[in-house]
Write a protein that binds this ligand. Sequence first.
Ligand code: AMP
Length: 289
Amino acid sequence: MTGPDRPRTVTTIGALRAELDLVRRQQRSVGFVPTMGYLHEGHGSLVERAARENDVVVVSIFVNPLQFGAHEDLDAYPRDPCRDAALVANAGGHLLFTPSSTEMYPVPVQTTISVGGVLADTLEGASRPTHLPGVATVVTKLFGIVGPSRAYFGEKDWQQLAVVRRLAADLSLPVEVIGCLTVREPDGLALSSRNAYLTPEERLAAPVVHRALRAGADAIAAGERSAPIVRQVMGDAIATEPLADLDYVTVVAAASLAAVDPLRGELRLLAAARFGRARLIDNMGTKAD
Ligand code: AMP
């Protein structure tokens, strides 16, 4: 039995544009899934959805130096190009775009995109100041290269999704930004390329992040409307796990990430914690009347 065809790999902006110009001239739609590679079923779910909703699906794999801080894991970021190609093929992707850093940034960039306000300054923005501007810049550039009708992002990176939605709206980019549900391990841990950094003990400890979010959501469902108390509930849950080093837990307005207290409307609970070398983030949605 043979598997699905390997997606074709394109490494230059010019070659990808030529190919996609032809696709668009044929009135076929382009769906786009930007990634940093070391793909897992979470990425796979984005590609599958893109394949259901578009004629041609482009998956980019680019470990974007702009979105890593000076002491972060840029050089250590896990890579497995062969496995990535197989996963994209099985999920129904057609084209893999794997540019080098010099292809993407032949000269140091002088133009960057940064989304202002609470949306990008808090949480990941506060912990990793260069991260979201790096993401916003590369995503805008990739949109310019790929020209997709639809682009797919995981809710797993909720703040990133909110930032991308906002920049696409603010800059009137002709792309529909689509958020996709987080794919999890059976014990609740959100799939992440960075889970590869976890030792066996840390792997056992890591689902505490999801349990903490669940505890916060349960407290809200039981009638709690105080944001500090819900944060406390989540923080206490994380504190039960000695291998977890808490960065933040919070509950905010889902779309704007603005503080809400008392809690009402569409809410998002978000958490970040370190387990040894791995910094893991996760989030969960809920509502309060
Ligand atoms: P990354 O390769 O980590 O930059 O992720 C590429 C895309 O996959 C982003 O839009 C992520 O939000 C999304 N993603 C990562 N993990 C998951 C997951 N567990 N479930 C769904 N989407 C995910």
